[in-house]
Write a protein that binds this ligand. Structure first.
Ligand SMILES: [Fe+2]
Ligand SMILES: [Fe+2]
Length: 170
């Protein structure tokens, strides 16, 4: 716990710690969604997509660590039991029951858009009031926006490939 950290944060501490724990739980679910997706993915560009999913998974885990450190610094307790992840998270976990890459990409795109909203919310909450949480959240926000873009680019490439294939068959 950092006494100075709590003293200088001008955001309602209970609300801030609640939303940080929500983000923390969501990062773990995002980590697992990417990790398991990378293992089971089938379809076009499977190897490339699995590689990208693993990169994203590692970044989500890094985000979880940054958020965890900040929760502890502010005197809070990070979620201690993983069985609480799904109840605390507001971004839904999507199991890759249909392992076709386009389905996985769509599920992860939804998760990324939810994460973007979460860090936008934390940035709004902390802007001008809690510089350190703002700094961490805006750093994560930047990476979530990159993730969203990379997922959308894969979808676009696969769509273009499918269309081109159809035209060549005519
Ligand atoms: Fe993340
Ligand atoms: Fe992400």
């Amino acid at each position: 716990m950092g006494q100075a950290a709590q003293k200088i944060s001008k955001v309602d501490q209970k609300k801030l710690l609640d939303v940080l724990n929500t983000a923390f739980a969501e990062e773990w679910l995002a980590y697992y969604q990417y990790w398991i997706g990378a293992q089971v993915a089938v379809g076009p560009m499977r190897a490339k997509i699995a590689e990208e999913f693993m990169e994203h998974a590692n970044e989500e885990l890094k985000h979880a660590k940054w958020i965890c450190d900040r929760i502890i610094q502010l005197g809070g307790t990070p979620v201690l039991n993983p069985n609480q992840f799904e109840t605390i998270a507001q971004c839904q976990y999507a199991a890759p029951t249909l392992a076709y890459v386009m389905n996985l990409l769509e599920q992860n795109l939804t998760a990324e858009r939810c994460a973007v909203g979460r860090y936008q919310q934390i940035c709004d909450m902390c802007f001008g009031k809690d510089y350190e949480t703002f700094r961490i959240s805006s750093k994560i926000l930047k990476e979530e926006l990159e993730h969203e873009q990379e997922i959308a680019d894969f979808q676009e490439d696969i769509r273009l490939g499918t269309e081109l294939g159809k035209q060549l068959q005519k």
